[in-house]
Design a protein around this ligand. Structure first.
Ligand SMILES: O=P(O)(O)OC[C@H]1O[C@H](O)[C@H](O)[C@@H](O)[C@@H]1O
Length: 567
């Protein structure tokens, strides 16, 4: 029998739909009372501990999800990814970010060619370049060593590297290696972001890394031209060779831009932008800041999870379990959002990275074969580190909408602080919240409890917490470069699992194109109106009025002079 076109047509999907009623009759308060259930709902790998007992799920739910994985051919799809098959069918590309962190002797083919030696030759080049740069032998146009790096890129060429940089900044080993150096990012085409990225920097001691897979992204290219002007206007045109380098798959355009091809670092079309932090996109700027050995640890962490994902049984496979539970929450329990709540300031930029990774990958309306989906895919990801989030949006999570939460904690803080005489250390204080919040969400507080606490009658409805709000806890032993790589890889594979189950293409992003082409039309209009006084034409009433209002105010300087930020 031919396999059904959509996963929602399968018996296994329908069995899960039928199972929802039984789960909705349970309360997490009761589910949590079953210690055997709680014990079974855990998984561990290299000290990373996942506890998913606070999901609205039972052993039967997991069995049914595993059957869904089977009919969705999850195992086969994972294998196809690792074997370099062209699973990104709308772009006819392999999906091989796992090759970026594979050991030197691994064999991973794309189009019949082992890509691992190519990957390592770029890594070797990065190591050599970053060693020279960091040793001070690479000098700028005026003979001074360069200590500041501005990485210009957006989307996948920004969010992953920013996440990793933010996580490493306070790791003692990484921080020691970064002493006296600065790494900044310029992503937004907003001139305010240009101003912030170069504030207090001197072009004489700054290296600009232009990071763009395509080298055509409008925001990145304008920002790159702006920083080029910043360098040239201060140091002369010959300075570009020493002060600008690039990362791209499009080395032809890098050369046309004026960057020396010897100072360009390649990657490949089988690396998706949002999966590219382990390519030169992340490895180059991070190696300039921290040195290649630290970045290699990060890559090894990611690789360790690749092995776990590719070889562990699904019952104990952390990314698979996480992916299946997200499918359960989105497609069966109908929860449209997911909160990412790291109890670690170092993971401050995890949620923004996962927003792109997950929402660009799985926010799709058709199956991989182009069939409109009768169910929603993807979820709205958002988050902030605990405890900041607690004092912001947790109210809604506790008493408003139900939002499955990822609580991420670290056993050993990067920065131990303890004040003599305090009840607990600062990290223990933070972690008290990490342990308490999931139970508050799961158990809630009943009117009976409030009565027994003699809460005034009129406040009982306001102080009641219904509970039964799902979450999961991920506890990492420490947060060195290795664990940062592991966490990245866990989320990458979780997103892929969700897409594989839903039967969509998690590796294309056609949905970002329409806005880009409409912006070109507006850009043309703005140019013609400013330069030639042409009236606004060809837009609907609303856009025309907005444009007219905008154009009515003349820019402070005419278009024939170069202006750079002044802060
Ligand atoms: O790296 P680039 O080619 O400059 O692309 C940067 C970003 O822009 C696009 O619009 C895509 O939506 C992203 O997936 C990509 O990461």
């Amino acid at each position: 029998m031919a396999s059904p076109a959509l996963i929602s047509d399968t018996e296994q999907w329908k069995a899960l739909q039928a199972h929802v009623g039984a789960i909705q009759k349970t309360h997490l308060r009761d589910l949590m009372a079953d210690a055997d259930r709680c014990k079974a709902m855990t998984a561990e790998y290299e000290g990373i501990f996942l506890d998913y007992s606070r999901q609205q799920a039972t052993g039967e739910t997991i069995e049914k999800l595993l059957k869904l994985a089977e009919v969705a051919k999850l195992k086969e799809k994972i294998e196809k990814m690792f074997k370099g098959e062209k699973i990104n069918s709308t772009e006819n590309r392999s999906v091989l970010h796992v090759a970026l962190r594979a050991p030197r002797d691994a064999v991973i083919n794309s189009d019949g060619v082992n890509v691992v030696p190519e990957v390592w030759s770029v890594k070797d080049k990065i190591k050599e370049f970053s060693d020279t740069f960091r040793s001070g032998s690479w000098v700028g146009a005026t003979g001074k060593p360069l200590t500041n790096v501005v990485s210009v890129g957006i989307g996948g060429s920004f969010l992953g590297p920013l996440f990793v940089h933010t996580a490493l900044q306070t790791d003692p080993e990484a921080a020691e290696c970064a002493k006296g150096r600065q790494l900044r990012f310029l992503a937004n085409v907003d001139p305010v972001d240009v101003a912030r990225s170069i504030k207090d920097l001197d072009p004489e001691t700054t290296l600009v890394v232009v990071v763009s897979k395509t080298f055509t992204t409008a925001e990145t290219m304008l920002n790159a031209r702006t920083l080029k002007e910043w360098i040239v206007s201060s140091l002369g045109p010959q300075a570009v060779a020493k002060h600008m380098i690039a990362v791209s798959t499009n080395l032809k355009l890098v050369k046309e831009f004026g960057i020396d091809p010897n100072n360009a670092f390649a990657f490949w079309d089988w690396v998706g932008g949002r999966y590219s932090v382990c390519s030169a996109v992340g490895v180059l700027p991070l190696s300039l800041q921290y040195g290649f050995p630290i970045v290699q640890k990060f890559l090894e962490g990611a690789s360790s999870i690749d092995n776990h994902f590719n070889s562990s049984s699904f019952e104990k496979n952390i990314p698979v379990l996480l992916g299946l539970l997200s499918v359960w929450n989105v497609s069966f329990l109908g929860y449209p959002a997911r909160a990412i709540l790291p109890y670690s300031q170092a993971l401050e930029k995890l949620a923004p990275h996962i927003q792109q990774l997950s929402m660009e990958s799985n926010g799709k309306g058709v199956s991989i074969d182009g069939i409109p989906l009768p169910f929603e895919t993807g979820e709205i990801d958002f988050g902030e580190p605990g405890t900041n989030g607690q004092h912001s949006f947790y109210q809604l999570i506790h008493q408003g909408r139900v939002i499955p939460c990822d609580f991420i904690g670290v056993v050993k803080s990067q920065q131990p602080v303890y004040l003599k005489g305090e009840t607990v250390s600062n990290h223990d204080e933070l972690m008290s919240n990490f342990f308490a919040q999931p139970d508050a969400l799961a158990y809630g507080k009943t009117p009976e409890q409030l009565h027994s606490e003699k809460v005034p009658e009129n406040l009982i409805p306001h102080k009641t917490f219904k509970g039964n709000r799902p979450s999961l806890s991920l506890l990492l032993p420490t947060l060195s470069a290795y664990e940062v790589g592991q966490l990245l890889s866990i989320y990458e594979h979780r997103v892929a699992v969700q897409g594989f189950i839903w039967g969509i293409n998690s590796f294309d992003q056609w949905g970002v194109e329409l806005g880009k082409s409409l912006a070109s039309q507006v850009r043309k209009q703005l140019h013609e109106s400013r330069m030639e006084g042409k009236p606004v034409d060809g837009f609907n009433h609303s856009t025309s009025s907005l444009l007219a209002r905008y154009l009515a105010v003349k820019p402070p300087t005419p278009y024939d002079t170069t202006v750079l930020p002044k802060v």
